[in-house]
Ligand binder design. Structure first.
Ligand SMILES: C[S@@+](CC[C@H](N)C(=O)[O-])C[C@H]1O[C@@H](n2cnc3c(N)ncnc32)[C@H](O)[C@@H]1O
Length: 277
């Protein structure tokens, strides 16, 4: 039989319309994650929170056609997009499960590899998702996950706090700290949760990158900030105060950027590798 990669009829023509492998934001975490995977033939893998298909589709291609990679994510539009991409790339060993990882529709001890690129820190109940990871993992299964840490974008949150404190908005400050703690739990906490589910921690690697902008105005208008962060920031505020607070925040960030030459947001993150006992 003709090899797939030599078959010019294999779908690749649509790739030009769908060539966005992953959001640029996801890449620094994702490259590390892909580096840590133990690549083996004929395995069953699972990606938790794959968004528009990362690392789901990349992993399916790297593992090869003998393996199956399931992906679970509740976001309907993103699931459709991931399905279109897989088809356009001619990747047929991806199985998209639209739903939440708190309830994974897979058999007990059926999975050899679980990955999650900034996914597990974004679910509704991390405890339930980790219970499910423990349940579906075979003995010896590898788990590789990335998560940005609580100091992420501290440059923005410090300015935010200053603006809120100047207006005596203590409730909003508390909501901001709660939001950070929920999205970015301490690593030690997460490691304990994994051990409690029978995972042995094999490796933790820390890294960081800078997310740089000319100023606060450019940052607040960036689509990734608007789609990934802004709603949560707005939700911290009483409704009548949103415009006033964001005017002041933008001004503060712009002053900071003029002083420092640019607005540099630190994004520290961790890659955790574990193995099911
Ligand atoms: C920050 S995005 C990461 C997307 C992708 N992994 C990437 O690297 O670009 C987090 C993803 O988690 C998904 N998510 C949120 N709650 C979830 C849940 N309960 N179970 C599974 N995925 C969930 C979101 O829909 C979103 O696609």
């Amino acid at each position: 039989m003709k090899k797939k990669y030599l078959d010019t009829d294999t779908p690749t023509g649509g790739v030009v319309n769908i060539g966005d492998e992953l959001p640029l934001w996801s890449a620094p975490f994702g490259l590390k994650l892909l580096d840590k995977v133990r690549y083996k033939p004929d395995i069953s893998a699972l990606d938790i929170g794959f968004g528009s298909g990362f690392p789901l589709i990349e992993l399916a291609m790297r593992l090869g056609e003998g393996s199956v990679v399931y992906g679970i994510d509740p976001w309907e539009a993103a699931c459709e997009r991931a399905g279109e991409k897989a088809l356009a790339y001619g990747v047929y060993n991806v199985r998209i499960l639209q739903g939440v990882a708190e309830s994974i529709p897979l058999e007990d001890e059926s999975i050899d590899l679980i990955v999650s690129n900034n996914g597990i820190n974004n679910v509704g109940s991390r405890e339930q998702v980790l219970d499910e990871c423990g349940r579906v993992s075979r003995s010896g299964a590898q788990l590789v996950l990335t998560m940005n840490l609580d100091q992420s974008m501290y440059e923005v949150y410090q300015c935010f706090e200053k603006v809120l404190m100047a207006r005596q908005m203590d409730d909003a400050v508390n909501r901001m700290h709660r939001h950070i703690a929920e999205k970015r739990p301490p690593v030690a906490h997460l490691l304990r949760e994994l051990r409690d589910r029978g995972f042995v921690i094999r490796e933790q690697e820390y890294d960081q990158f800078n997310y740089c902008f000319t100023d606060g105005t450019a940052m607040l208008n960036h689509y990734q900030i608007r789609s990934g962060f802004l709603n949560a920031w707005v939700d911290m505020l009483p409704q009548g105060k949103v415009e006033e607070v964001f005017d002041a925040l933008e001004d503060e960030l712009n002053i900071q950027a003029r002083r420092d030459g640019a607005l540099r947001l630190s994004i520290p993150f961790v890659v955790i590798c574990a193995e099911k006992s």
